[in-house]
Unconditional design. Structure first.
Ligand code: 5GP
Length: 210
């Protein structure tokens, strides 16, 4: 049976790249395209990275019960449309959700069979480096992403499985391995020790930068 697979990670861990590669490499994997009220960044196109909508459209989708889940992230709203997900599942595809931890937990509540995968950055230095080199964002936006990254890392404890993003190739291989394990109801891979090390490192380093 096709799976719902939530992929979450601290901002800057490269989860969107991993999701894009999974879709490219496996015909039976599709990504759920979220709706958002934020403006497109850089080369983002409507209907590819997100469906970009205004507040009025987002409000009416909430009123009509069209979302499987929605959340406010960095003062903007993001949501997953039920109909898109059902359509992909009916085509026999595993559906990836490239969403934040609140979204992941909400999906798990509504669809307990969902597989929740948390992607870990190789190190905190690497995470800080990636976040501070995004040219599209202001210093204040970067700071709020660093704060969020620390809080998000802690949420990784609640996920079913962990994947280390040392290289995109390895991370993609691991997610593919996990989705096959989940289909067979086999035990999933958790990297609890690595996660705790990262949390401890983030607590000392990120707090110094704030
Ligand atoms: P960004 O603005 O950088 O594309 O995304 C900001 C955050 O919103 C990311 O953590 C992203 O995963 C999350 N996000 C994207 N789509 C959704 C969604 O449909 N629901 C929820 N809850 N979060 C989402």
């Amino acid at each position: 049976m096709a799976e719902l697979i939530v992929i979450s990670a601290p901002s800057g861990t490269g989860k969107s790249t991993v999701c894009a590669q999974l879709v490219k490499q496996f015909d039976d994997v599709a990504v759920s395209i979220s709706y958002t009220t934020r403006k497109p960044r850089g080369h983002e196109r409507d209907g590819v990275e997100y469906h970009f909508v205004d507040d009025k459209q987002f409000d009416s989708m909430i009123e009509n019960g069209e979302f499987l889940e929605w959340a406010r992230v960095f003062k903007r709203r993001y949501g997953t449309a039920k109909s898109d997900v059902e359509k992909l599942l009916s085509q026999g595809k595993d559906v990836l959700f490239d969403i934040d931890v609140q979204g992941g937990m909400n999906i798990k509540k509504r669809r307990p069979e969902a597989l929740l995968i948390f992607i870990l950055p190789p190190s905190i230095d690497e995470l800080v480096h990636r976040l501070t080199h995004r040219a599209t964002e202001s210093a204040q936006q970067i700071q709020s992403r660093l704060d969020a990254a620390l809080r998000e890392l802690e949420q990784g404890r609640k996920y079913d499985a962990h994947v280390l993003n040392d290289t995109v190739k390895n991370a993609v291989k691991q997610v593919d391995f996990l989705r096959k394990k989940a289909r067979q109801n086999e035990e999933l891979i958790r990297l609890d020790e690595k996660l705790e090390d990262l949390i401890a490192e983030a607590n000392s380093k990120l707090r110094l930068t704030t």
